[in-house]
Design a protein around this ligand. Structure first.
Ligand SMILES: Nc1ncnc2c1ncn2[C@@H]1O[C@H](COP(=O)(O)OP(=O)(O)O)[C@@H](O)[C@H]1O
Ligand SMILES: [Mg+2]
Length: 245
């Protein structure tokens, strides 16, 4: 299908192999500003590798990444972050000995060198993530859902226009998942934040995504509207494989 919008993100034939394993293979797609894309696929499909490529943590073997039509394929992670792309990590890793607030202040200082303004920004972000009551608590003592929200807060502190969320709802109870979905929808609407979510929790994927992309063995096997993609036989088949494994 021909798309005529100016994409926020344009991925062209992106590939990355590890010792012969095609972790990401020839993936292309476009994303509009303000969209929420769900990136799904069984374990080992290449989702996290794909985020690592976008964020500049690893270099692709082939292909290109354009962010606001600028070729960012060879840029370093901090350069990509400065351009407005932020990511979370599948394994949450806050600075445990620091307070919740200071964890977010550190992120804010990447864009804001005035300490009092960085602190003010950080407090606003804590409020958006419903963590304001935990501001002075050491991050080590946060609950899992709070740590997941802190991970999002730290990424948001760098003032991104696009945020990449790697399984921020894994391990959460259904009501905690709903809270996170509400928060993310609010960020999307209030800040115009564009979001790509890697997520196994289908309840969250279906509620959040405008568009779903399915990876299997590194390849994009389907994309489109959530209710259509999740009924696609190829998609069902790759998940059945996972259940049987
Ligand atoms: N740094 C790495 N070195 C070697 N193999 C890797 C590395 N990172 C990922 N892989 C392999 O690439 C494939 C995709 O992994 P990953 O991107 O983590 O999948 P997902 O996030 O979809 O579960 C897997 O086969 C995995 O073992
Ligand atoms: Mg992963």
């Amino acid at each position: 299908m021909l798309m005529s919008f100016n994409p926020l993100l344009r991925i062209e034939n992106l590939s990355k192999s590890f010792k012969g394993v095609k972790a990401v293979h020839n993936v292309s797609f476009r994303m509009r500003e303000g969209e929420i894309i769900g990136l799904i696929g069984p374990n080992g499909a290449g989702k996290t590798t794909f985020f690592n490529l976008l964020a500049g943590a690893i270099q692709p073997d082939h292909g290109h990444i354009f962010f606001n039509e600028q070729d960012i394929t060879k840029l370093k992670p901090h350069e990509i972050c400065t351009l407005g792309m932020a990511r979370t990590f599948q394994i949450v890793r806050p600075f445990k000995e620091l307070t919740t607030l200071d964890n977010v202040v550190i992120g804010a200082l990447s864009k804001e060198h005035d300490m009092s303004r960085a602190k003010k920004n950080a407090l606003e972000i804590l409020q958006l993530l419903d963590l304001q009551d935990k501001a002075n608590q050491q991050a080590e003592y946060l609950t899992l859902p709070e740590r997941k929200r802190l991970e999002v807060a730290r990424a948001l502190a760098t003032k991104p226009s696009l945020i990449l969320l790697d399984e921020v709802m894994a391990g959460l109870r259904p009501n905690e998942v709903d809270t996170m979905v509400d928060i993310l929808q609010n960020l999307n609407k209030q800040l115009g934040l564009s979001i790509i979510v890697i997520e196994h929790v289908m309840r969250a994927v279906m509620r959040l995504s405008n568009h779903i992309i399915v990876l299997n063995h590194g390849e994009k096997i389907a994309e489109g509207k959530p209710e259509i993609v999740t009924k696609d036989p190829r998609v069902l088949e790759c998940y059945l494989g996972e259940v049987a494994a």
